[in-house]
Design a protein around this ligand. Sequence first.
Ligand code: SF4
Ligand code: SF4
Length: 170
Amino acid sequence: MLDPTAETRRKTYKRLYRLFDRATPLPVDCGAVCGKACCAGDEKTGMLLFPGEETSLPVFESEAGRVAVCGGTCRRSERPLACRIFPFLPLPDENGRIRAVPDARAVPVCPLARLARDVRFSRRFLRRVKKAGRILMRDPECAAFLQKLGDEQNELRTLGTLLQDGEQTE
Ligand code: SF4
Ligand code: SF4
């Protein structure tokens, strides 16, 4: 695999964004029930950008990577990829197959992430999250990024299980 140029990446993100122009986690506006909790960040929180993803929003560097901050509003057409796929991540499993996985970091914020097992998500949306993952995996830097996110998710889940186990034994 060759490292893509900035122009190739620009086209790729445009294509990825289009996947989510109409595909949302639920067939209805989930923001109506939670008051758009995922958009209620501040200047210290935001959405992690994918490698090479450009944005017109202000960006700061964090340990996890570049983070876009928005002040709670944006033009819908300019939402970063992370906002479009929230609260899911496309993560490779041990066989390299992409799965749409609820983002463990979203649990404190998003009721859909908390209740993921009981929610009937839009199948179209989930298929598109997986498709986005397959497209990202063709870019070596994005593939490494997803792998790292997957490792972090596993750690968070393990930690969550340990905490739950701890709560149960007290
Ligand atoms: S926090 Fe979750 S339920 Fe609320 S708008 Fe965001 S994705 Fe939808
Ligand atoms: S960029 Fe837009 S969609 Fe994403 S968190 Fe901010 S207001 Fe919400």
